[in-house]
Design a protein around this ligand. Structure first.
Ligand code: AMP
Ligand code: GLY
Length: 426
């Protein structure tokens, strides 16, 4: 079969590593991929949002199966367009991708079906939002309705900050049209857990849990980024929490989407907070997380391509989704200055004796040399029997990747390891 993976980051590289060499895959393409992915798939310079060009390519090459990975093409209806052209897909249709594409849709769905989440109000005008903030509980969380490049969320710790956020989102439109409507919601506290789940619209099979580290600097300081590193499994996701999530969140969400006539097929990402009142949904994403996929997929023992096809055909109940008992750690190595300003174009080299996997994100080919081309440049991913070993192994290998202005956090996994140590001591 001929397969395309749409997207070009570390997450797509993780998917491609799992599909590469599959006995049933005769050709594997990445659209657009990147200079580092090029050693594992044929990269074609078609942007992930250029749906007409993606469909034309799929028809020209007689592609059998497409994995649509990033949020933008999913929300724009890439799966709908490909399926209409006769290409089977892994990923939700547009009417289901709205679960990530509109925070208002997601919040209203949770309210209607009693799925635990932060209490909220929706506002269409700055005037109403400002009036509400006069006596709203503080801290509070403001979210732009639409996609905003993984940003679009402001946590305000004072009333003044909250009001300023309304001005910048709704009047100055710092997140563009996404800020035409906003959600203001209750500030929740507790450890965060990411759970990715395969679902064919009827059946849901959660993957191993993970923990992202979103802030730029050690100790969760600095700006929010796309994610500076991940570990799996997440020790805060105990069996008890997992059971509560299945019963109160995962199954109700799948049933709700079906009930609404929007069956969700693909990978559904549950961003959860484990509060003192139990797990609550912080956000849904309609896709694999990045860099969550980089730690979750290496632990998958079942065949990913078999699962993708079963999801697409509505046969997920018939296939096994099995994960190893081990652990994984991903450390993102970024260009210093990310997520603000940074330089690119520096050659990337990797020592021959590196044991970890290197997954490329912001890397490009320049006259046959691999150079930096983005904020998050690459991910060092280690797998081991236990989490402490995986974290150690990843950090042993970070110094084995080289490029000018390389920057990484030094504490990925620290919070997870400290809770494990605490439990061991008790
Ligand atoms: P998002 O961009 O939706 O991933 O949100 C970014 C981060 O904001 C999340 O990972 C949480 O840490 C935080 N956040 C979002 N909503 C809330 C909330 N209601 N209470 C506390 N923190 C939140
Ligand atoms: N790592 C968070 C996300 O993919 O949205």
């Amino acid at each position: 079969m001929k397969v395309i993976v749409i997207g070009g980051g570390g997450r797509e590289h993780a998917i491609i590593k799992k599909l590469k060499g599959h006995p049933e895959i005769e050709a594997l393409y990445a659209l657009p991929g990147n200079g580092g992915i090029a050693s594992d798939a044929i990269c074609v310079p078609i942007g992930a949002k250029d749906i007409p060009a993606i469909v034309a390519f799929a028809q020209e090459k007689q592609i059998d199966f497409a994995v649509v990975t990033p949020d933008d093409p999913l929300v724009l209806g890439c799966v709908d367009a490909l399926e209409e052209a006769g290409v089977r897909c892994f990923g939700p249709r547009k009417n289901a991708a709205i679960l990530e594409g509109s925070k208002v849709f997601a919040k209203n769905l949770m309210k209607k079906y009693g799925i635990p989440t932060a209490a909220y109000e929706v506002f269409d005008t700055a005037e109403d939002a400002l009036r509400y903030l006069e006596d709203a509980p503080i801290p509070t969380v403001l979210k732009a309705d639409g996609l905003a490049l993984g940003k679009g969320v402001i946590i305000a710790t004072t009333r003044e900050e909250a009001k300023a956020a309304v001005h910048s989102m709704m009047e100055e439109r710092i997140f563009g049209q996404s800020g035409a409507r906003i959600v203001i919601e209750e500030f929740l506290e507790g450890p965060e857990v990411s759970v990715l789940a395969f679902t064919d619209g009827n059946v849901v099979k959660p993957m191993v849990s993970s923990m992202d580290h979103k802030r730029a600097h050690d100790g969760d300081e600095g700006l929010n980024t796309g994610g500076m590193g991940t570990i799996a499994p997440n020790p805060f996701y105990t069996e008890e929490v997992a059971n509560a999530c299945m019963e109160r969140i995962f199954l109700p969400t799948i049933r709700a989407m079906k009930e609404e006539g929007r069956p969700f097929k693909g990978c559904l990402y549950f961003g959860l907070m484990i509060t003192k009142d139990g797990p609550k949904v912080i956000e849904y994403n309609c896709r694999f997380g990045d860099p969550e996929a980089q730690v979750v997929l290496p632990l998958l023992e079942s065949d990913l391509f078999t699962i993708f096809r079963a999801v697409s055909d509505g046969r997920l109940a018939d296939v096994e989704v099995k994960f190893s008992d081990g652990a994984a750690c991903c450390v993102v190595v970024a260009s210093d200055g990310y997520p603000k300003q940074y330089e690119t174009g520096f050659p990337i080299t990797v020592d021959a004796d590196i044991a970890s996997d290197v997954l490329y994100a912001g890397a490009k080919d320049k006259d046959g040399v691999l150079v930096t081309g983005g904020g998050r440049v690459l991910c060092v991913v280690a797998k081991a029997d236990t989490l402490p070993e995986a974290v150690d192994a990843a950090y042993r290998d970070v110094p084995k990747v080289h490029f000018q202005n390389a920057y990484s956090r030094s504490d990925i996994g620290k919070r997870a390891l400290s809770i494990l140590n605490e439990r061991a001591a008790n």
